[in-house]
Ligand binder design. Structure first.
Ligand code: G3P
Ligand code: MG
Length: 346
């Protein structure tokens, strides 16, 4: 039975502090909630001995569907209402790049989902690997499009199309064919498929929505993620061309993501709780030292308020190893993390 009291009828909202949560390995694993996560959300919503509610947001490196869709899913998983106004995923900040490029290649995710996300962000002309394979099936000797993929893909003459940038929005479902197509573009003259540059220096820039080499899914051990694809692509480019490839990653631990989170939290506190001042402390709860703890600590050094990193033992970080970036606190799970922050405040 839950040990916490039920929500009093009129619960005060604190303006002093707030929480930001990582998702995979903290709240969810392999599509299922981590048991303590549901209780942790109840505590934040007033089921605590102090009789207060604490504002919170979610900052995940994951992605592959619209923010709206992801929030509907998260609401069901956590048994609370989650709004896009309190949610950032890996590709959310890529929205700000939509004006800069005309034709872009979007890689990763299920079916047409990431094309829809990119178009929703305002990208004007979104190409997928499927479009390229439909135009020329010799592109990928070991991948044939399924009937459904073929139906949705939009063929055109890619020899006459200049692809200006490459965005990896979500995990690739077929590394070999996606990497072949990215490599073709990187080695092309100005992003025109079928051409080869003499210098290999005129290909489009590549952006990844995050850089997590591993992440916490349903398997007991960590699984390779988008950061692994990045490492692999850079090594392959070097092996094939002899040149170094520089790519860019968004997401945590980038400071820009934490600045984005700060603006989101400010707006969220204002819109839903009429709080106008910034919180003194933001407790960030994460499972990945390289993304969550590193980012929070580095941001704490430059932000005006305190960002306090809490590492949990339910995801990437495993007991018995020393985290590469030292959290302010390490606790067993997200419920303990919420309680730790609250106890510090009173
Ligand atoms: O692919 C998602 C994963 O790398 C991390 O998600 O929620 O732990 O930031 P999250
Ligand atoms: Mg995580």
């Amino acid at each position: 039975a839950p040990s916490t009291p039920s929500t009093p009828p009129e619960t005060l909202v604190t303006d002093k502090y707030a929480y930001a949560f990582d998702i995979d390995g903290v709240l969810i694993r392999g599509g299922k909630p981590i048991p303590e996560a549901i209780e942790a959300m109840k505590v934040l919503n007033g089921a605590n001995q102090y009789g207060i509610k604490v504002p919170y947001i979610f900052v995940t490196n994951g992605g592959g569907k619209t923010e709206q869709e992801r929030c509907v899913q998260l609401s069901q998983q956590l048994q609370i209402e989650v709004s896009p106004g309190q949610f950032i995923c890996g590709h959310t900040p890529m929205r700000e790049m939509a004006e800069r490029y005309n034709t872009v290649l979007v890689v990763g995710g299920e079916g047409e989902k990431c094309r829809q996300v990119a178009e929703g962000y305002g990208f004007k002309d979104v190409v997928t690997p499927g479009d390229i394979i439909k135009d020329n099936q010799d592109t990928t000797p070991f991948r044939k499009l399924t009937e459904e993929e073929y139906r949705h893909s939009r063929a055109r003459n890619f020899g006459e199309t200049e692809i200006e940038a490459i965005f990896v929005f979500a995990d690739s479902r077929d590394w070999a064919s996606d990497q072949q197509i990215i490599l073709d573009l990187l080695m092309s003259k100005n992003g025109r498929l079928g051409t080869r540059s003499e210098t290999f220096e005129e290909g489009p820039p590549v952006f990844f929505s995050h850089n997590d080499v591993v992440w916490s899914a349903s398997h007991d051990l960590t699984r390779i993620g988008m950061g692994a694809l990045r490492v692999s692509l850079e090594a392959m480019f070097k092996a094939v061309t002899g040149k170094d490839l520089k790519t860019t990653a968004f997401g945590k631990p980038q400071i820009g993501t934490f600045q984005f989170a700060t603006r989101l939290l400010q707006q969220w506190r204002k819109d839903t709780h009429s709080i106008d001042s910034p919180p003194d402390t933001v407790y960030f709860v994460g499972d990945t030292p390289e993304s969550d703890i590193r980012g929070t600590n580095e941001f704490d050094n430059c932000a005006e308020n305190n960002w306090y990193s809490i590492l949990v033992r339910t995801g990437v970080f495993q007991e018995g190893t020393k985290p590469r970036f030292t959290p302010r606190a390490t606790v067993d799970n997200v419920l303990e993390a919420v309680k730790h922050g609250m106890e510090r405040e009173y």
